[in-house]
Each structure stands twice: as C-alpha cells, then as structure tokens.
Design a protein. Structure first.
Length: 263
C-alpha cells in the first residue's frame, strides 16, 4: 500500500543571505514532514529563521539548498493553495471588512461564490454584522480575526501563521488562541504556526518543532496529546506541564549553544 503524500514537506532546506559584509546562514539542513490536517507549531530563539522558513514555504524566498514540497509538488513561487497570516492584520484601511476578506478573490480571479464563503467565515469568527465596517472601527483582535478569514477564504491547502497574536494584549491573545483552536477543529486545515509562546504551542498543537539558534535546524519534535479542545486551565495538568517544561528547557539550552559551537 502506497504511503500518503504529505501535505507539506521540507528536504534538506538551507538558506544563506548575501550581505554587504559576509554571508549569513539563516537555515541549515532542515527537514520536516507535515500530514494533512496537522497543527504544527514552530518555536525557537529570535533570529533562528522561523519567518524565513515560512517565506520559503509560501514561495516568496527560494532556498539556497534543498527544496520544499506541497502535496508532492516543488514550491517554486507563490501558490494559490497557501494562506498566510502575518504578525499584524495588514488590512487595507480604505476597504471594508468584507472587501478586505475578499482581496484574494480580486488577486486570484476567484469565482464570485467565494463571497458566500467569506460571509460564512465572518459569522464563524464572530464578525457577522461588521462586514461594512472599516479596519479602524475594529479592535485589534477583531482585525486579526478578519485577517484569518482572508487567509482562509480561498480554501487553501496549507495555512501559515507568523506570530499572528504577537501584537495583541495578553487577554485578547488568549481569546484569539482559543478562537484559532475552534477554527482548526471546525476546518481541520493543515497549519504551520510560528510562536514565541510555549503555552500557545502546547494549547494548539499536534506537534511542536523546536529550532536551534541560527543557523536554524530542527533540534527536537515534541508530540502533544491528541484530545481537543484544550483550555488554558488544562496546561496545569501534569502531562501538559511536563511538556511545557521540556520545551522551555530545550529552548533555554539552544539559546546558549549555537550550531557548530559558534560564539
């Protein structure tokens, strides 16, 4: 029986940035396979190449070595089957919520039926009734909900999220993490989620990938319990608390020791 093709796969990825002084190796020999419907979080020290990795997957940056694949096809440029959520909502201030959400339809020339899906998604994230509002009329959390809907409206195979809650206050951030969990349970999208929050990663993930200091590589992949939904109160349970402790220890260690013993 033939094994299923992973939704996403990286094979020996390496990335070197050319600079005016000397080359900077951002990522080294990074390999990872992600199955359909998995929620994968990536944690690691600042500057370890997490955002660069998402850019490679999205087709915005070409790797120096290795390759990335989506459903077995090499990533050679931006793809319509990938959605992206950034650290800030990046909503156009002159467009209403609905028109911001429908931006992929304008860019990719999608069928008008996408508007019905957009309205369903806005309702799912609690933004029904705000379709004609403008971004400056929304709270930060509501703006980020709109950004998530925009990333989902064209029904991508893979959703990339680059620290999407980093700019939010602590309470709103927790609410958005729980909202994202609910969206994942409903949609079962394959998600690659970059975060500096260990508690977010433990709350949301099927697996957590720990990256080393620059040049970034995979140090350890932690398996999380499969039961959903989880709450922040559940993080105090012995199993999840031990998982968070192991990730924190690994993160503390990798911030002190870089690959190859560099200073």
């Amino acid at each position: 029986m033939t094994a299923p093709i992973p939704t996403f796969e990286m094979r020996g990825l390496g990335l070197v940035y050319a600079t005016s002084s000397s080359p900077v190796e951002a990522i080294r020999s990074l390999s990872l396979s992600v199955e359909d419907g998995e929620f994968i979080s990536i944690v690691g020290p600042s500057g370890c190449g997490k955002s660069s990795l998402l850019k490679i997957i999205h087709g915005l940056v070409r790797p120096t070595f290795g390759a990335a694949y989506i459903c077995g096809t090499p990533v050679n440029g931006p793809r319509p089957d990938v959605g992206m959520v950034f650290q800030t909502p990046v909503l156009l201030p002159w467009r209403t919520v609905l028109k911001n959400v429908l931006l992929p339809m304008d860019v990719q020339r999608l069928d008008r039926s996408v508007e019905a899906r957009a309205r369903e998604l806005l309702n799912m994230v609690g933004l029904a009734g705000f379709e004609t509002r403008y971004p400056d009329e929304l709270s930060g959390g509501m703006q980020q909900r709109a950004a998530i809907v925009r990333a989902l409206v064209h029904d991508p195979k893979l959703l990339l999220m680059d620290e999407p809650f980093a700019a939010l206050d602590a309470l709103t951030r927790e609410q958005m993490a729980l909202e994202l969990q609910r969206i994942w349970i409903t949609s079962r999208k394959t998600i690659l989620f970059v975060t500096h929050s260990i508690s977010e990663a433990v709350l949301l993930s099927d697996r957590i990938v720990l990256m080393s200091a620059r040049p970034g590589r995979v140090i350890t992949v932690f398996d999380c319990p499969r039961e959903r939904p989880r709450s922040f109160d559940d993080l105090a349970s012995p199993r999840l608390a031990e998982l968070a402790k192991a990730i924190r220890h690994g993160l503390d260690t990798t911030q002190l020791v870089t690959v190859g013993g560099d200073d």
